[in-house]
Write a protein that binds this ligand. Structure first.
Ligand SMILES: [Zn+2]
Length: 190
């Protein structure tokens, strides 16, 4: 009985997580990776979500984003990536042991925390520029510590997402010359 209850809870968790990924327009491939559900079950979930009165969601085709450099392209993306990374640290999605990040691997064990981090980011940022798919890419890439790394701003120490191989120490949006204009884009929903 106990085993059956545990299985039911795990299955229920996979479905709940899958619905959250669907709501955030994640690709089937990503949902499969993080929930372990089959493509067929995910397709059925899409249908039942829409028929059940869920919000309209777009099903994206093709490969998931893979370019880590995306998060450094604009001031806004750098700023929002820092917000998302900070939330990831607070929720334990990203954690470090003596400065080395622990690898974040897709799976149901961490999926709820990833969803919670993304929901929190969406609640804090007025118009989120980072999609769920990109959020997953950011958190996983940071956890590898090769293409992107968390650093402190050289002026104020604020947490930053930066290129670990960059020649110059990173500065946060506020301390960089273009900061004051761009920082107005980020507002809290309090
Ligand atoms: Zn700074």
């Amino acid at each position: 009985m106990r085993i059956s209850d545990d299985r039911y809870s795990r299955d229920r968790l996979r479905l709940d997580i899958a619905i959250q990924f669907i709501r955030h327009e994640a690709r089937t491939h990503t949902i499969r990776q993080w929930t372990g559900l089959t493509d067929d079950r995910i397709r059925k979930l899409y249908r039942s979500y829409l028929h059940g009165g869920g919000l309209h969601v777009t099903r994206h085709r093709g490969k998931s984003p893979q370019q880590a450099g995306y998060f450094l392209r604009t001031v806004r993306l750098r700023q929002e990536a820092a917000v998302l990374a900070s939330i990831g640290c607070l929720l334990g999605v990203l954690h470090y042991s003596r400065g080395t990040p622990a690898r974040l691997s897709p799976g149901i064990g961490r999926a709820a925390s990833v969803c919670q981090a993304y929901d929190t980011y969406c609640a804090l940022v007025a118009e989120p520029a980072i999609t769920m798919e990109h959020a997953v890419l950011l958190l996983v890439t940071l956890s590898h510590g090769v293409e992107l790394a968390l650093q402190g701003c050289r002026e104020c120490g604020a947490l930053l997402v930066a290129d670990p191989l960059a020649l110059h120490p990173a500065r946060c949006v506020v301390c960089s010359p273009e900061g004051p204009r761009a920082s107005k884009r980020l507002t809290c929903n309090h």
